[in-house]
Each structure stands twice: as C-alpha cells, then as structure tokens.
Design a protein around this ligand. Structure first.
Ligand code: SF4
Ligand code: SF4
Length: 501
C-alpha cells in the first residue's frame, strides 16, 4: 500500500540505512572504502606483478567492478555513482576553487560523453588495458585528475553530467532500476520558495526564512555554512521522471527543507514505458543506440575473428611489417571496425528505421525522423543492457574468485602471511555451457522487453497503425539480437583469469 505521500517504500525512511544516507556526511561513508580500494588498485598497478590475472588493478577494475556494477544497476540503481571515489578529490576541489564558469552551453549535451565512451572502448582494446596493471592504474589516476580539474573549473558537476563515460553508462542503464528520486508530495514543491533540492541550502552568511507549507502551517528554513549544495547535475526533483543524470548523491534530500524527497521504490523498467520521460535529442538517441551496439562490438573484440579482421584491414592499409600487424595498423583497423560497427551502422539503421516507420504507419501526425527515433530510443536499453550483462557476467562468473589468490599474493609480496599461500587455480564457473545458457537467457529476456517497449512506443506514436510503425525498429532490434547471439557463440578470451594469462 502507498503511504499518504503516494510513495510505497522510501529507502530514506528505512531505520539506520535511511539515517546514514540522509546524514550530511552519509555519502562519504560510502566513498571512503571505495577511495581506499581505488588507491589499493593504483598502488598494486604501479608496484605489483605485471600479470593481469595476478594483480589487483586489472582483476579489480576489469573483472569485479564491471560485474558488480551491472548487478547493482539491475537490483537497486546507480550505486557506483553514489559511492564514486572520484568525487572525493572533487569535493576538495570545490573548497579551493573559485568556480564562476558554467560548462560551455554548446557542450551541455551528451556528445562529449559519447566521445569519451568510444575513446575508453578503443583504448581498452588497442592498449590492451585489461592485460596491463600499469596502464589500468594510470586510467584510475587520470580519472581522479580529470574529475578534480572539471570540478575546479566549472560550477555544476560538469564531469559527471557531460563527460564521465562510467557515469554515462550508469545513467542510461539505471533508468530501469527499481529505485528513483521523487517528490513525496508534488503539492509541497509548488509552494516551495527556495527550491533547495536544486539550488542548495549552503550560504556563507546565515539566512533564516519562514515558509508556508500549506493549511496555514509554517516552517523555519535556515541556510548557512552547514547547508549542502543543490543537485550537481541540475535535476529538479518534482520534474524527475527517470534516473538519467542522477548520481544518487542524495544532496537533494539533504537540502530539501520540507523533507519532501524520497528514494522511492517503483516498478522496475517503468521509465522505459514512459514516453514523456525521454528527451527528443539526437545526442540522447545516439548515446542509447551506440551503447547497445558497443555491447556487441566490445564482446566481438574478445573473439578470434576480430584478429583476422584486424589483420585483413591492416594488410589492406599497408600497415604490416614482415607479415605482422604494426601497433599503428592495429589502432587504425580497430578504429575502422569501431566506427563502422559501433557508430555508423547502428546510427544509420536507426535513422533509416525512423524514416521507414513514418512511411509505413502513414500517420496523420507530422513527425520528424528525430521524433520517431526518440520515441523508440528506450527500446534499445533492455537489449543493450542484456548484452552488457551477458558480457560482464562472463568475466565475473569465470573469474569471481580470482580476487582471493590475488589478494593473498599481494599480502605475501608485502610480507604478510596471515592469509596463507594463494591457490591460483581458484577462478569461478569454468563450465562455459552454463555461462552460455545464462547469456542466451539474458539476451532473449532483454529482446522480449525491448520488443514490448517498442510496441508500446509505436502504439503511443501511431495509435491504431502502431504495428506498421513498429516493423522497422523490430527488425533493427532483431538484427542486433542475432549479432549478439552469434558473437556469444564464438570462443571468448577468459581475460583476467589464469585460463587466459
Ligand atoms: S523537493 Fe523540496 S526543495 Fe525541491 S521543490 Fe520540492 S519541497 Fe522544494
Ligand atoms: S541531488 Fe540530483 S543527482 Fe543527487 S540524488 Fe538528487 S536528483 Fe540525483
């Protein structure tokens, strides 16, 4: 049953957990262990054994982080951004910076983040980040530095909202999560004077105000140095309809003087069926679609045919030496593969599907390709997420226990024998038929959900001619699913485990 506020379950009201989360230092409680972990990974990456399967940096970042992140996104939401270690030096940056600049208006969209995502995928494959503890440590250091610099330069949390590839991935796939920030009572927001959830309650000088809160009642509101800044990604709580751009920092809940912010339980995947929740922007459309496509391309990068393809392209470009592909040749070939399969092909397919959908449905509405593509955008999230789950689950399940001997080895390297000798044969599920069946089930489930979302989107858009308008997008989704299934039937490198190294 929903309470008087209309919120069925508010995580911020759960005894102890809610209190910790709402506390002004609540986020730090989550962040400090993750900062310690990140520093440990950096330290081992720089100083430990340069063997991917025996180093905390590579096993932690490429096997466990990615596996745990998709589980958290599915079960709860954007917990990684909530405890993000990279925002701790950023918070220090806030103290010392004189930030007066807004992020450039032309860049206040997802194009930079799309570029950063593609750059990370490319670097991962070209530089074999998964195989290099040293480079993985440098990636973590670069992350800390970039978030600090952006925080010192700009007013809002520009790094989170417009740049961070990890956050961008989490934003998109947390839209299906069962928890979301919401206003308990939208009527209270209508009369709220300060809109502190977005404007903040921090003030150098103490300011005291008395707000009317309905039925003649009043409440004293205090802004002072103990207050918090408002939403860093500039979301306004009563208008939030998806988890897009929400880092779950909970500053809105801390700032709201009327205790009107809930971290509410909701039906999972609901936002995907809410047509009005999605911005009609090409950057958002491209982001969601290429993220789904890169799920397949990224998995394809771990299979034998990709090496044949790279060899063929590099040979055609004349970038081999004594029959061996040069490093630049591999980079050029990878760039071409990524651009063709990850960007151009899916973007063109969606543009063509939008055009064909309009024509087939012959709607009386004067929709543009962008209107149609935007309406179908959420349909690419379930299948895309399923492909990433299938990929990351493969690494996580085959290497889940590797962290035990790796940590034992780390301790031994530093003269600590308390946990004994490492058993390097510890890994995870080694029967690949089990993992294959799981991957098939996840992708089939994602496809089913994608079709359902697409069917509802089409019905909303074209009313009785919805089935006709659905066909082109159903075909694009089907092609993606078949490509994903074909990829996952290929032998995959068990990166990050002793079976690969
Ligand atoms: S959530 Fe709180 S601070 Fe924001 S508008 Fe509503 S009442 Fe005001
Ligand atoms: S302040 Fe903004 S980003 Fe943080 S939890 Fe609230 S809505 Fe999400």
């Amino acid at each position: 049953m929903a309470g008087a506020s209309g919120v069925r379950l508010d995580v911020l009201r759960i005894p102890l957990i809610g209190r910790v989360l709402r506390h002004r230092n609540g986020r730090v409680v989550l962040q400090l262990p993750l900062v310690a972990l990140a520093l440990l990974l950096v330290y081992d990456g720089f100083t430990g054994q340069q063997n991917a399967a025996q180093n905390l940096a590579t096993v932690g970042a490429w096997v466990h982080y990615r596996g745990l992140v998709v589980i958290a996104l599915l079960m709860a939401g954007n917990l990684f951004c909530m405890g993000c270690p990279f925002t701790v030096p950023r918070s220090l940056g806030r103290r010392f910076a004189r930030r007066t600049r807004r992020f450039p208006a032309r860049l206040r969209n997802k194009w930079v983040a799309i570029g950063a995502l593609i750059g990370l995928f490319f670097a991962y494959e070209w530089l074999n980040l998964w195989a290099s503890p040293l480079l993985t440590a440098w990636v973590i250091v670069a992350y800390f530095a970039a978030s600090l610099i952006f925080e010192m330069l700009f007013d809002e949390s520009a790094f989170c909202k417009y740049v961070c590839p990890l956050g961008t991935f989490n934003f998109v796939y947390s839209t299906g999560a069962p928890l979301q920030i919401t206003a308990k009572n939208p009527e209270v927001c209508k009369t709220c004077v300060g809109k502190e959830c977005v404007n903040g309650s921090y003030s150098v000088e103490t300011v005291i105000r008395v707000d009317e809160i309905g039925n003649g009642a009043t409440r004293q509101v205090v802004h002072d140095r103990r207050g918090v800044l408002g939403c860093g990604t500039e979301l306004f709580v009563p208008q939030i309809r998806t988890n897009l751009d929400c880092t779950l920092c909970l500053d809105c809940a801390r700032a709201c003087p009327h205790d009107n912010v809930a971290l509410a339980a909701r039906r999972p995947f609901r936002a995907w069926f809410d047509g009005g929740a999605w911005p009609k922007r090409w950057d958002m459309i491209v982001l969601v679609v290429i993220l789904a496509a890169f799920g397949i391309v990224n998995a394809f990068g771990m299979t034998p045919p990709v090496y044949t393809l790279i060899g063929g392209i590099a040979g055609a470009l004349g970038m081999t030496q004594d029959g061996v592909v040069t490093a630049m040749g591999e980079g050029a070939a990878l760039l071409l593969i990524f651009a063709a399969l990850g960007v151009v092909l899916p973007a063109a397919a969606v543009k063509a599907a939008a055009f064909a959908s309009r024509k087939l449905a012959a709607s009386k509405f004067n929709y543009s390709d962008r209107d149609v593509a935007a309406a179908f955008t959420p349909a690419f999230i379930p299948l895309g997420f399923a492909v990433w789950i299938a990929h990351y689950a493969f690494h996580f399940l085959t290497g889940a226990l590797t962290v035990v001997p790796v940590f034992q080895g780390f301790l031994l390297d530093h003269g600590i024998t308390a946990l004994g000798e490492p058993n390097w044969s510890l890994s995870g599920i080694t029967d690949l038929r089990v993992i294959g069946a799981l991957q098939f089930a996840v992708i089939a489930g994602g496809m089913g959900l994608s079709l359902l979302v697409a069917e509802r989107s089409s019905a909303r858009l074209y009313k009785r001619r919805g089935m006709q308008g659905l066909i082109p997008f159903a075909l694009v989704l089907l092609a993606m699913m078949l490509a994903a299934l074909a990829t996952f039937t290929l032998p995959m490198e068990m990166r990050g485990t002793v079976f690969f190294d």
